[in-house]
Write a protein that binds this ligand. Structure first.
Ligand SMILES: [Zn+2]
Length: 71
């Protein structure tokens, strides 16, 4: 899924999870180009806790559900 597709569903953040230590965090991607895929982002993000060179990323689905609930 690309960031532009993700934004169409009302989601503006991704959930980053480290496969090595399990630490996770929410990343705002408003400033990033829309043709980048969510998976590609994970390859460019280091874990801030253990320093692993790659993290797993997925759309922050929780935010999408919250947005729909407000409408
Ligand atoms: Zn880690």
């Amino acid at each position: 899924m690309t960031l532009s597709k993700m934004r169409e569903t009302g989601i503006r953040t991704i959930n980053r999870v480290c496969a090595r230590c399990g630490s996770h965090g929410i990343v705002h991607v408003d400033g990033l180009p829309g043709d980048v895929t969510v998976m590609e982002l994970g390859k460019t993000m280091c874990c801030t806790t253990c320093g692993a060179p790659e993290t797993e990323t997925q759309p922050n689905w929780h935010e999408g559900n919250a947005a729909h609930a407000m409408i």
